[in-house]
Write a protein that binds this ligand. Sequence first.
Ligand SMILES: O=C(O)c1cccc(C(=O)CC[C@H]2O[C@@H](n3cnc4c(=O)[nH]cnc43)[C@H](O)[C@@H]2O)c1
Length: 236
Amino acid sequence: MEIYHIEDASLFPNSGPEERRKRILVITAVEAEKDAICRGLKGDGRFDVLAAGVGPIAAAVGTAAVLASAKSDYDLVISAGIGGGFPGRAPIGSLVVAEEMVAADLGAETPEGFVSLDKLGFGTARVHAHGSLVERVTEALRNAGLPVHTGPVLTVSTVTGTAATAAALSARIPGAAAEGMEGYGVAAAAVKFGIPVLEIRAISNPVGPRDRDAWRIGDALNALEAASTILREVQL
Ligand SMILES: O=C(O)c1cccc(C(=O)CC[C@H]2O[C@@H](n3cnc4c(=O)[nH]cnc43)[C@H](O)[C@@H]2O)c1
């Protein structure tokens, strides 16, 4: 005798099992970024937000630890925080949704210039974000009237502090829109667990000559909060 399970949707075409709600893990560097995002998410239970620390290593370790835990059931990982915007690409207060996350200083310095991990033949220093999600999130942010840009977002272990380094990075990674210190680390962990990944940066400062007093952290955190409110409405 054939046994039918109650959850066999084909038997009950109009009353199939309810689709499980998507679960999203958001990784920031610091608590201020986490707090801004939580304010924007307004208690939406699909999202968990963790401040994993500054830099790609803390980001990768923190993300991997959560994803490896027994209770982990995430469908999407988002690296989010403030960041530097490349001049002419992403001004202060705007948002950048990464098309790809690039470990921009992972490679070798040679007399002829920087050689990336890819060119050295040791794997890749680039992770592509989930294409259709990038489009959906960008469109939703734009429709909400928020200034948003897309392009590669660079992950660096050392914040760029000169015009020369900013120009070199722009030349090496055409279209580079923003720089942060965590995206590639979060992405590397997500890839390891086969989970799609996004990166969203709210711009606090231009990438270039260091002027820490000019960082508009409050403006960037407000933009991050506004973006998080919109994220709740996107089909992720
Ligand atoms: O001092 C504060 O109130 C404060 C609040 C939120 C964040 C910070 C940080 O300094 C976080 C460091 C964080 O910022 C990212 N970031 C910002 N600008 C850049 C940049 O030009 N290049 C690289 N990273 C940048 C980065 O992801 C750090 O994790 C302070």
